[in-house]
Every structure is written in C-alpha cells, then in structure tokens.
Design a protein around this ligand. Structure first.
Ligand SMILES: *Cc1c(COP(=O)(O)O)cnc(C)c1O
Length: 429
C-alpha cells in the first residue's frame, strides 16, 4: 500500500470506504460551526443519533406503566440485560452465556478478582502490565492486601525493554515461567491505555495456564477496537467498559466475561446479590442464594435500564458494521495516520523530539497511536485543540490519537497531519 499525504488522496480513500455512511449515525462535536476532528473515541466515544430515541422509549414506558414496565415495556426491564447479550458476546468472541452487562468496569474487576484470585501461602503472586491504568493496579493491590499479602511482594510488574515503552510477548512468557511456582494470576489490559500496545492474549493465557495460574484481561481499550476470541483463547475472565470505543455514554454499563469452564463451578467464592440468583426462583425471595449458571450468576443488582438503553443503541451499529470490517478499516486508517506523522517528522527534522511509541506492526495495536513529544508537547496539544482537533494529552509527554473506524475519516487524518506540522512550527523546538 503506498499512501500519499494529499487531500485528494484522503478524499479518494474516504470514497472507497464501505463503512463511511456510519459517520452519519453519530453526533460529531462542533468547533466554530464545523465538525471537530475527534480523535478521543478511546476515552469517550461519540453519541449515536439513535440513542435519544432508545432513552425516550424507556422514559415513555416508565411514564405509561410505572412498575408494570418490568414486564410490559416495549423491552421489558426485568430481562433487559438479555437484549444486550448476543451483541456483546459477538463483540468479544464469547458464547452468549459467558457474558453479561452489569455495573461498571472496576466493580466487575473486583467481582472477578474475588472469584479468580484465590491465593495460597505458596501461590499468591499476580503478574500485571507496566504502567497500567491506575484503577487496575489499585484493584489488584487491594485484593492482595485483603488476603494478607504485602502488595510489593505479591504484585509483579512486567517491565518494558530498555529504551522502549513496549513489553515483548517473549519477555511476558519468560516472566510467567520464572514465577510459575508462586503465580496465582496474570491480569493485564488487552491494550495498554498509555502506549497503545495490544498484547497477545492467546499466548499469555496459554502460558499462565501452563504455570498453573489463572488469566484475566481488562478490555477497556480492546472491546470494540480489536477482534477478540475470548472463548477460543480460554481466557478465564475479562471485563470492559462501554463508554470508550463502544460509544454508550459517560459511565455506561460495563461488560463481564466468565469462561464456560467456570459456568457451573458454584464452589468459586463470589460476592452475591439477588440478580445473580436463578431468575426462576428470584422472586420467591429464597433465603439461600442459588446462582444462575454462567456469567449471569455474578450479577448483583437489577438492570440499570437507562444506561443499557444507550448501550443497545450503540451495539446496533456494531452489529451492522461487524468487527471484521471495522478492524480492516481501522488498520488502514491507523497505518495512514502513522504514514502522515512520519512524513511530517521527516519534513521537519527539527521536530521537538517527537516519536511514535506504539508498536509499528498493525497486529500489535488497535487504532490508537501514542506520540511522545519531548519538548513543548503541551503547546503542541494546545495548538491542535485551538484548531478543533480533539486529542488527549497524558503526563508527562504523550499525545494519544485514536482515529476510530466507526466515524473517523481519512480526511480527518490528513488534516491532523497538516495541523501537526503547523503546531510544531508554532511551538518551536
Ligand atoms: C478506562 C479504564 C478504566 C476505568 O474504570 P471505570 O471503572 O470504568 O471508571 C479502568 N481500567 C482501564 C484499563 C481503563 O482503560
């Protein structure tokens, strides 16, 4: 593929894009009356235009039926999570019974750690990724502490190769093997939120199981971004949020995956709530908790219908587009962005020490590129923002840009390059 850094070429790529009509299904934030170049779908995805109608349906049914809406609403609230099941399962490569939408991401992570981190005096260590999203580290540390271990002793952070932000798969596997006798759990992000590195989840899961440990993933930056096969990969558990790539609104309902291997293992300790009880007997209000088989048995509370309605609207678009087509476009779009950035940097040798820290191979990343800017990075970010380009600045020195295949265009990428060139000149080296 030979790319060109011209508007005409970007236009031509957009015209050939079979997913381009999906952009019209979203509200694009405005800047002085024009569409922003929105490259932060990895942080908060855009609102589908259909979301309002889905929400209004629930408000109308609540107004009309009151409590009877649990059974008489257009989409009855009692089983509302069922309306999300098949789409969510498709999205992460799971059997329908292996997934449930519930709570929020960090809550689901705690529920999973309660069940799948069962340390003993000999086997209690947790391997996790370098520079994880802080919530993940807090959750892991709190479980180690809960079981009476020193967190510094129990937690093993995977280190990147020197001079790089990336962790090699071979090094991850070596670390797992080194700690095989004491390892209880491997828990990492499917895609690291900072570097944009996508991990080889299948290879990591296999190595963890060989070592006699369990393996789970935080898919906050992977769900809706990568093609996932959680069932096939034998992942024990996974959690994800719905407000980043999945466009379901701030604080939206989160996802949880529990592999079928554990579906009827009722001996696993778990935190129980009435919604995890078998729905056949739930309203008999039994004294003893009888969990439903599968991921459903980890539910605590009744369905947050408003948030789930937003998620339903967003999933319609993923069902229509399909992850295969989205991933194919994503690779083209992000490869184009990489080409444009390289072109800009090559034309401006005096360029503030800018480099892409995300892997260069497209199967080791999703759509996010993380750009390290050693000098005047904040000024560059400010300049881009003034031009209506919404990208994300992370201390100390990284600009994250994520052209998402659902609604971003090749023209967005072209204009980003144009503005980056101006920003470098403006910020001074
Ligand atoms: C976004 C994100 C979170 C946020 O957790 P919430 O419980 O949704 O607030 C946690 N972990 C990772 C890896 C994330 O990317």
């Amino acid at each position: 593929m030979s790319f060109h850094n011209t508007l005409a070429y970007a236009q031509q790529m957009d015209e050939a894009d079979t997913l381009r009509h999906f952009r019209n299904e979203y509200h694009i934030p405005q800047h002085h009356g024009n569409d922003c170049i929105y490259f932060t779908g990895n942080s908060l995805g855009l609102q589908p235009k259909a979301t309002a109608a889905y929400l209004n349906q629930e408000l109308a049914d609540w107004a009309q039926y009151g409590v009877e809406g649990h059974f008489h609403a257009k989409r009855p609230w009692f089983p509302y999570h069922e309306f999300l099941r098949n789409s969510a399962a498709n999205l992460v490569g799971a059997l329908p019974s292996e997934v449930v939408m519930m709570n929020q991401l960090t809550v689901n992570l705690h529920l999973m750690l309660t069940s799948f981190y069962q340390p003993t005096a000999e086997r209690y260590k947790i391997i996790y990724e370098y520079n994880p999203f802080p919530s993940d580290r807090y959750a892991l540390a709190s479980h180690a502490y809960l079981h009476g271990f020193e967190t510094d002793d129990a937690l093993i952070e995977l280190k990147p190769s020197s001079g790089s932000a990336l962790i090699k798969t071979a090094d991850i596997i070596k670390t797992i093997e080194t700690h095989a006798d004491t390892l209880a759990l491997v828990m990492i992000g499917g895609v690291n939120y900072y570097s944009g590195q996508a991990f080889d989840m299948q290879a990591i899961t296999l190595a963890a199981h060989k070592a006699g440990a369990r393996c789970g993933f935080d898919l906050a930056h992977a769900a809706g971004n990568l093609k996932l096969q959680l069932h096939k990969w034998n992942v024990d558990f996974a959690v994800w949020c719905s407000y980043k790539y999945l466009n379901s609104g701030p604080g939206g309902v989160a996802g949880c995956f529990v592999h079928q291997h554990h579906a009827d293992n009722f001996k696993l300790p778990r935190l129980a709530g009435w919604w995890g009880n078998d729905p056949e007997t739930r309203f008999e209000m039994p004294e003893t908790f009888i969990p439903k088989e599968g991921a459903d048995g980890w539910q605590l509370s009744n369905a947050p219908v408003m948030s789930m309605a937003c998620h339903r609207a967003a999933l319609d678009l993923f069902d229509a587009a399909g992850m295969d087509a989205l991933v194919a476009k994503s690779k083209m779009l992000t490869n184009y962005l990489e080409f444009i950035i390289d072109d800009v940097l090559q034309k401006q040798p005096n360029h503030n020490g800018i480099s892409i820290i995300t892997p260069r191979q497209s199967d080791e990343r999703g759509c996010q590129l993380s750009i390290r800017i050693e000098k005047n990075g904040k000024k560059i970010h400010q300049y881009l923002t003034q031009k209506g380009i919404i990208a994300d600045w992370r201390e100390p020195d990284v600009l994250r840009v994520a052209p998402v295949p659902m609604y971003n265009t090749f023209i967005d990428v072209f204009y980003f390059g144009d503005a980056l060139q101006q920003a470098i000149a403006y910020a001074g080296a």
